[in-house]
Design a protein around this ligand. Structure first.
Ligand SMILES: C[S@@+](CC[C@H](N)C(=O)[O-])C[C@H]1O[C@@H](n2cnc3c(N)ncnc32)[C@H](O)[C@@H]1O
Length: 213
């Protein structure tokens, strides 16, 4: 397992039935069973070809009835899970999976690759509260990891954009990410052919970001 997957695994709560939506390789589901964090798992993927990898990895567990595999668009063919993960997809895809689900689990962990704001907004709109929302770094890349539980919540615009726990000021990885964003924007700004409007937009964004470092 990669370090990114190990970090995700460490934040998934224990449960009875764990569903990995978009499981691909199936490493997380296998680890959930092997570590005893879950009694049963459902491996789900929209692609039968991707799912085959997980089916091979969990061949014995499937034969023993501890794992079930299903080709499914999001949660559409998944039921009975109390914990689920949606990782490694864009925030818009995660948002669409949450909003199209007939049945959502009590606990949901999401790791959007981009547009985390979309995923946060939809998760809260569809009845989740934020348990933890923190950025981490692995193999030189930054990832948002959002742990959710059914309940009421209300996010500020800042929390939607940056993630609640990052705003408390005690996450050096968040500051590092913001510094990286600032230097990318400053580099972009140094390109000559930008319209006045674009320049103003970037300058305003830079001012906003600098508040966080
Ligand atoms: C980049 S892989 C991520 C695999 C794994 N979750 C991880 O984080 O390492 C994305 C997987 O999500 C699957 N996928 C994309 N959209 C999906 C959807 N709407 N429902 C289920 N699976 C989906 C893809 O087929 C692919 O296997």
């Amino acid at each position: 397992m990669t370090e990114r997957l190990e970090i995700i695994l460490s934040q998934i709560p224990n449960g009875k039935v764990f569903a990995d939506i978009g499981c691909d390789h199936g490493y997380i589901a296998k680890a959930m069973l092997c570590s005893g964090k879950s009694e049963k798992v459902i491996i789900a993927d929209i692609s039968a070809k991707c799912l085959l990898k997980a089916e091979k990895l969990l061949e014995n567990e499937i034969a023993e009835g501890r794992a079930k595999s299903v080709v499914s668009n999001g949660f559409q063919k998944v039921s009975g899970a109390d914990v689920a993960l949606i990782a490694g997809m864009g925030g818009e895809e995660i948002s669409s999976i949450i909003s199209s689900a007939v049945e959502l689990p009590e606990n949901l962990v999401i790791q959007p690759m981009k547009n985390p704001d979309k995923a946060r907004t939809t998760a809260v709109e569809f009845g989740y509260k934020i348990v933890k929302d923190r950025v981490f770094k692995s193999a030189g890349k930054f990832y948002d990891l959002i742990v959710l539980k059914k309940g009421k919540d209300m996010l500020t615009q800042e929390e939607i954009e940056f993630g609640r726990d990052n705003l408390s000021g005690d996450n050096p990885t968040f500051k590092e990410r913001i510094k990286q964003n600032i230097s990318k924007l400053e580099k972009y700004l140094s390109v000559q052919n930008l319209s006045q409007e674009t320049r103003l937009e970037i300058t305003a964004r830079l001012e906003k970001l600098k508040k966080y470092v």
